[in-house]
Design a protein around this ligand. Structure first.
Ligand code: 13P
Length: 706
């Protein structure tokens, strides 16, 4: 079951990580495109013009970078809990936005994947619902994500990723997007991009004519239009798409001369030779730092017989402003602003056409200088279409980012492995030394063995919040009967919810099975509604109580101080205490298990007198092993129990330590019990899930017979 859970979590995590990395990356390499999309959203919200453009650009870079970084954090399982919560938050937000887009259709394309992949609003919504589901699964079980890099080195991967993605963004902003996903890429023949392939499906429209007569308004279609009745006065038309047909990649490239109203598209795109197009959606805000080079190119074009046009969506006033600032003499024609922003992500940007094919593009920061243009274009490299260098760019990305990251991960894994090997070697050596020291001196060994035999071997069940009263009584009866038929080799205890105690006490043979509660109050008696005191537990016939269980510490905020009170009251009322301690997965991974366990014991039981200590049984239960199916290995458990015994020895002396029963708990079952119980310091088990079936519990008890 836990394997299946782990598989599901890791599949969801991979899906989220790859989607976030891809969508974050394609937006990061096109910061202006993402800014324009943010502008579309602001317009749809009626906030056009409220947020300054530089804020939109900053937001575009920050959001895309965050998305990419989040993807990498998920992929490498860095800060698993926090990151999984942020991911759910983000996915909830994105799902709500895409629902709004699906219902209201205020924007045609959400822009999730920049220009790389276009999804319809419904597709985006479905995608987000799937990702939200995945994010919830990962948030529910964050620790099931397999780590690729240890906690100590995670910060390197995080900072490296942030630096990389912002560098890519700024580079794309300064020059042009590293990868060009728009239809105006280098090598594209614009006219070809506008063509409809033969047999392609045409879009079908429905046109409605609105006419009035004597104050009455009526709608007609083409067949019902009152051509012969002049009393109907035409008011307006409406057009709706009945069936979407094929739309060529370029469908909105149209150049107009505003002065004459002439459409120059065909003329410019079919021109023989070279044409420079200076593209500026808005001349009023265009960067004019490099106007010297632009004017120089215009002069160069004139001298060599090439065409040079400015294309803008600005008004006459904007053009005038540009001419005043830069002294531009080249003609300006008009084109749709969105199309201009799509052609080149720079304001202004320069495009070089050869017979209608885009053969080069420059951002305003990279405009060729006069010195570079020292010969006619056919003789210069910039006059020729550069070779397709997509693979070179991909390789550069791999070398600059993926390779160092992989090297970091390999180094980290190697380091972790060698640390583990070293630790294991040390442990084996210590064990060997211990064995030599202790086993060679038979006397001492025999003494220790006897001491160990003196310690009580115990198998205790913890039913937790399971079983109704009737089921509990039946289970206790079954266990009691099984042990009556086949006597155990150890002490057996079952710890049940409060409501079972009195009834279960009636069915148990006290000499065979001890009875315990799972908790008791930290107050002696009085107005504490819902609480059950140690005295009450004792009055049911119970002799034991479990205290300090990690589930009570975690879910009911039981602190060391509260537990100290409970322990004191339990002992004062003649109960034996099974006191639990254990570390979380994070704490173990940070190698803090000894310190955690020591603090838990010091906080609640190390203050006891040697006399009181006689009624304490310790149970080491690593939190990561409880109910997870992940048992600590017998060596791990032995190592920790030996440590616990050593700190008990430091506190109460060696003799007391040798007499203290210390149990192991956490996914202990019939299969692993014998191996665990064979270890010298493990005196039995505190069993959760496997104590709910008489046969399983009995099999664990029988492990002491092997
Ligand atoms: P499991 O045996 O179900 O892992 O539970 C252990 C436990 O918490 C016993 O107290």
């Amino acid at each position: 079951m836990s394997k299946l859970k782990s598989l599901l979590v890791n599949i969801c995590r991979l899906l989220l990580a790859l989607t976030f990395i891809f969508s974050g990356f394609v937006k990061s390499i096109d910061p202006l495109g993402t800014q324009y999309k943010i502008g579309d959203y602001l317009e749809a919200l009626g906030l056009a013009g409220v947020v300054p453009e530089w804020v939109q650009l900053g937001t575009s870079i920050a959001l895309s970078g965050l998305e990419f970084t989040l993807g990498v954090l998920i992929l490498l399982a860095i800060q698993r809990r926090l990151v999984s919560k942020i991911t759910v938050g983000l996915m909830v937000f994105m799902t709500i936005v895409s629902l709004w887009l699906t219902i209201g259709n205020p924007i045609q394309d959400c822009g999730c994947f920049g220009d790389a992949i276009h999804l319809s609003n419904t597709e985006t919504f479905v995608k987000n619902v799937v990702l939200l589901f995945g994010a919830i699964v990962v948030m529910r079980y964050p620790l099931y994500q397999t780590r690729f890099i240890s906690q100590n080195n995670q910060w390197i991967a995080l900072h490296f990723t942030i630096i990389f993605i912002f560098a890519v963004s700024l580079l794309s902003l300064y020059h042009l997007p590293v990868f060009d996903f728009r239809p105006y890429y280098i090598g594209q023949n614009i006219k070809k991009g506008m063509e409809m392939p033969k047999g392609a499906k045409q879009t079908k429209y429905k046109t409605t004519f609105i006419c009035t007569k004597n104050g009455v308004q009526k709608e007609f279609d083409e067949s019902t239009y009152p051509y012969n009745d002049s009393t109907w006065v035409f008011v307006d038309t409406k057009q709706e798409v009945l069936e979407q047909g094929y739309e060529p990649p370029i469908h909105d490239f149209s150049i107009t001369d505003d002065a004459t109203g002439e459409d120059l598209t065909e003329q410019i795109l079919t021109k023989e030779g070279y044409t420079f197009l200076l593209i500026s959606p808005h001349l009023e805000v265009a960067q004019d730092r490099n106007f010297g080079n632009i004017d120089g190119i215009y002069e160069y074009a004139k001298e060599n017989g090439y065409s040079f046009y400015g294309l803008t969506a600005s008004t006459e006033q904007g053009i005038k402003h540009w001419r005043n600032v830069t002294g531009a003499e080249y003609p300006f024609y008009t084109m749709d602003g969105t199309t201009l922003k799509t052609v080149i992500r720079s304001n202004p940007g320069l495009v070089l056409l050869y017979k209608g094919t885009i053969i080069n593009k420059w951002s305003h920061n990279d405009i060729p200088t006069i010195e570079e243009l020292n010969a006619p274009l056919p003789m210069l490299t910039i006059g020729r279409e550069p070779e397709n260098n997509t693979w070179t760019k991909i390789l550069a990305m791999i070398l600059c980012y993926i390779l160092p990251l992989v090297v970091l991960i390999i180094a980290d894994r190697f380091l972790a492995w060698s640390k583990w090997v070293k630790k294991r070697e040390m442990w084996l050596k210590e064990k060997e030394e211990w064995l030599i020291k202790h086993e060679q001196s038979t006397k001492l060994y025999q003494l220790l063995k006897r001491k160990r035999q003196m310690r009580k071997k115990i198998v205790a069940g913890n039913w937790k919040m399971n079983e109704t009263l009737q089921e509990g009584v039946a289970l206790a009866t079954e266990i009691n009967d099984a042990l009556k038929a086949d006597k155990p080799n150890c002490d057996v205890v079952i710890c049940t919810p409060f409501i079972h105690l009195a009834s279960v006490a009636n069915v148990l043979d006290k000499d065979l099975v001890g009875l315990g509660a799972e908790n008791c109050a930290d107050k002696e008696k009085g107005a504490y509604t819902g609480e059950v005191s140690a005295a009450m537990v004792k009055s049911t016939g119970a002799e034991y109580v479990i205290l300090g269980h990690s589930e009570r510490r975690q879910y009911y905020a039981e602190t060391a101080e509260i537990l100290k009170e409970k322990v004191q009251l339990a002992l004062a009322n003649g109960l034996k205490v099974i006191f639990c301690c254990g570390e979380s997965l994070e704490e173990r991974e940070a190698n803090k298990q000894n310190e955690v366990v020591k603090a838990e014991l010091e906080g609640s039981v190390f203050h006891l007198s040697a006399e009181e200590w006689k009624n304490i049984i310790l149970a080491y239960e690593p939190i990561w092993a409880i109910g997870t199916g992940k048992t600590a290995t017998s060596d791990q458990a032995e190592e920790m129990l030996a440590y616990i015994r050593s700190i008990v020895a430091d506190k109460f002396g060696k003799e007391v330590a040798e007499e203290t029963s210390i149990l192991y708990g956490g996914s202990c079952n019939a299969k692993n019990a014998s191996e665990l119980f064979s270890k010298p310091n493990i005196d039995g088990g505190l069993i959760g899930g496997a104590s709910l079936k008489a046969a399983d519990f009995k099999a664990i008890i029988d492990a002491w017979k092997k």
